[in-house]
Design a protein around this ligand. Structure first.
Ligand code: DLL
Length: 432
């Protein structure tokens, strides 16, 4: 089944007409309503009337995460707050988070693209959908929730964690669809084994997994352990959250909802557009969003676009599984973490030096983050209690800023290796 056949199977010409019209409309709105955007466009000698369609897209300036931070919290919103019905947020590179506002129409559009995604994955109205993505400022839980309700399937809004209960409800309620991060899916499978739950007695059929990178090998592992089809879903808070793109049952690339999010691939070094089919950085322009439209937003995710028609019949362009990032963002237990956030916490504390090393491991199915940090010469002491208090203080502060627990290890001054060139701040031992 296809949720919105007219759009999802439109010819390239039809799609380009829709995209061009919507792009021009968006550019006019932001030019007239957002001073920061108007300034950026004027700096490159553009007015809203210089954009006539998608062939002019490359003329527009890029938007990056720091533009959102510089206009924190609501500076890039295109409508008054009275029109905003929801706020979500995700990690910024330092200090303040990135804030995204949705109008009522934005929420409806988001539900539509998630309903399309679920349908692509083979979900239908009779399904019982267990949503184990976090509910809250993170877009995973509520994004999937509205899309599931919109298509008429039944939602179990359990949110993340409490794995025993997840499994109990799966058994008792007969959940047929599981939505969570791929690493949490493996964690659930592990606990099921401990609880001696036989997957044959479950109704689970489909998993909708995303919010972090995962490999084909991990897909096979999850599919075997849970006895399901594992579907990749992609999105980012800045654009809308989950539902920017999703795989269909053929699992051969994620169909981008390109009538709402116009994709491009650029060379992250030169910022020039890349030829179709080449791997580069994914850039999105939102062409229907009202709350906070974004022009040429650099996602930092590396992938390529496939324009061939899919076996499922959809013509929506597909993006390959993400191949990494062009910046240093880590995703640890589904939470986005920038080394610069850690650095700003350390710089705010006089007892430590900003010499540190982040180590990420995967123990079983769970990511663990450790941080080695040098203590200031004059603060270093033989008194264990004093050091332990400091360790706890740093861990608490990191937890409140990053939203995940960090195993902090204090080390003596000058023990972390110094390099003449770029400091190596992260060791990622996960084999994803
Ligand atoms: O992770 C939205 C989401 C929720 C997507 C639930 C899918 C499911 P953010 O927290 O803003 O939003 O993180 C966005 O996560 O730029 C990618 O680097 C990464 N990411 C998201 N989905 C995938 C995926 C949500 N399927 C950042 N594969 C993005 C690889 C992904 N990376």
């Amino acid at each position: 089944m296809i949720w919105n056949e007219k759009i999802e199977c439109a010819s390239r010409e039809e799609m380009e007409v829709i995209q061009s019209e919507r792009l021009c409309d968006t550019v006019k709105r932001i030019y007239h309503n957002v001073p920061a955007y108007r300034k950026k466009m004027q700096e490159v000698g553009l007015t809203a009337y210089d954009i006539h369609g998608i062939s002019d897209l490359h003329k527009l300036p890029f938007t990056i995460k720091t533009d959102l931070r510089d206009n924190y919290p609501f500076g890039l919103f295109t409508v008054p707050m009275s029109e905003i019905v929801r706020l979500h947020a995700s990690s910024g590179t330092t200090g303040k988070p990135i804030v995204v506002g949705y109008t009522r129409k934005d929420i409806q559009m988001w539900a539509e693209v998630v309903s399309r995604s679920l349908t692509m994955a083979g979900v239908h109205r009779d399904d019982i959908v267990q949503i184990a993505y976090g509910y809250g400022l993170f877009t995973g839980g509520l994004g999937l929730h509205y899309g599931t309700e919109n298509m008429g399937a039944s939602v179990i809004p359990i949110s993340g964690g409490n794995t025993h209960k997840q499994i109990q409800l799966m058994e008792d309620f007969g959940s047929s669809v599981l939505c969570c991060t791929p690493s949490y899916a493996l964690n659930i499978a592990e606990v099921m084994k401990e609880m001696k739950v036989d997957i044959k007695n479950l109704k689970l059929r489909v998993g909708i997994f995303g919010a972090e990178p995962w490999s084909e090998a991990m897909r096979k592992d999850i599919e075997a352990k849970l006895g399901i089809k594992a579907i990749d879903i992609y999105g980012l808070s800045e654009i809308v959250g989950p539902g920017v793109s999703c795989e269909c049952e053929h699992q051969c690339g994620m169909h981008v909802n390109e009538d709402h999010f116009l994709p491009e691939i650029i060379n992250p070094e030169t910022l020039e557009p890349m030829a179709p089919g080449e791997v580069g950085e994914l850039v999105f322009t939102t062409i229907t969003k009202e709350g906070i439209p974004l022009i040429r937003y650099r996602t930092r995710d590396l992938t390529r676009l496939i324009y061939d028609k899919c076996v499922c019949g959809r013509t929506l362009v597909r993006m390959e599984k993400c191949k990494g990032r062009s910046d240093d963002m880590l995703i640890i237990r589904g939470v986005n973490v920038f080394p610069s956030q850690v650095e700003s916490v350390l710089l705010s504390m006089s007892e430590v030096e900003p010499h540190y090393l982040i180590i990420v491991d995967r123990e079983g199915t769970l990511d663990k983050m450790s941080l080695m940090v040098e203590v200031q010469e004059q603060f270093f002491s033989d008194e264990i209690k004093k050091l332990e208090d400091l360790r706890v203080k740093i861990a608490r502060k990191l937890d409140s800023v990053l939203g995940i627990s960090v195993n902090v290890k204090l080390v003596e001054p000058k023990t972390i290796e110094r390099t003449a060139g770029k400091a190596k701040r992260v060791i990622d031992n996960r084999k994803i």
